[in-house]
Each structure stands twice: as structure tokens, then as C-alpha cells.
Design a protein around this ligand. Sequence first.
Ligand code: SF4
Length: 201
Amino acid sequence: MTITYEYHNSLYVNITNRCSNACVFCVRTKHDNVNGKDDLWLDREPSIEEIKADFEKRDLSKYDEIVFCGYGEPTERFDDLIEIARWIKSKKPDSVIRINTNGQANLINGRDVTPELDGAIDIIGISLNASNAKEYQDICKSRYGEESFEALQDFAKRAKDYVKLVVFSVVDKTIPESDIEICRKIAEDCGVKFRLREYIE
Ligand code: SF4
């Protein structure tokens, strides 16, 4: 079971395969891994103790960032994620901890979770993926429907009060060029950064 894995200069954390989306471009539909070696499909979700034990085997000083990402939406296990992030910070306070998310944490957890990010998470990367609610739903197929597009923007606006950096990203080649500029404007209106991410074949 791959719980943590190295990718570029960061240590990634794979805590769930659950996701509120079923994106048409999801890398999970094409590969079992992202780094060419570590199978990211989980037979079952690892316990908090198993995740901590996996971290104990790593030298955290080697990595630029700890990234909750994996093959699923990490905020499906939001409470566990925050507990683990706080535990990492207690061991190494200068760790930079990032969540790569679809931004649906408040819908998934049925409450505004953003205040709980305070002191635990440094960076939130949110996949925006589309320039409007209908296209988002066509591409991402959220179980919450078109409402999810507005919700992820609301999440971003709230989250930026509690973390150092919030970034909206769009994957290159998955939406029309003209929509990329609209996405950039949405990020600006929400007061967050914008990044065009490379498409992984
Ligand atoms: S949100 Fe991420 S993990 Fe979930 S289906 Fe989309 S690309 Fe895959």
C-alpha cells in the first residue's frame, strides 16, 4: 500500500481513493501511478497510525513540500488530514504543507472547514478546470452537480484567510484557450493566484 511517495522534490500523501468528482481527464483512469513506480490504488484507507508510521520512515528535511494529493480527493478525510498535518508540524514546524484539492471540502464535510486549516496547512491548490458551472460539471461530474463550481470559489475565498497561498489551476489542453483567460479572471475576482498546469499524458 503506497501511503507516501516521492514526486519531484516533494513528498506526496495518498490517504484515500474516494473523490466527489469523476473528471474525464483524471490520471487515475489511465495509470496506476504518477511517478512511474508507486501504485496509488489502495485496498483500504490507511489508518492515522499507519500514515504516521509511514512518515516516521521518511527524512522530512529532504522535501520542499508535503502534499496531500494521491489518487483521490484528500478532503474526503478532512479531519484525519488536519490531524496528520498538525502532527507533522509538531515534528517539523517549518514543513510546508499543501493540499491539492477539487475545492469541494465544505460540500463534502457539510460545514465550513476553512478555519480548521489555520496553522496546519500552508498552501491550497484548487483545480478550477472550467470557466463556468455547466462546463465544470460536464468535465468534472461532481456528485454535487453544478453547485460545486460556485462552492469551490467560495471555499477559495474563505481559505485564503487561513493559509498563506491559495492557487486556482487549470490543466492545459483540457479547455479552450479563450476559457483560460476567463479562469484567470475568476481567480483574480476571488483574490487567489492562477496557474496553468501541464497535461499529463
Ligand atoms: S478531482 Fe482529482 S482525483 Fe477527483 S476525479 Fe478529478 S482529477 Fe481525479
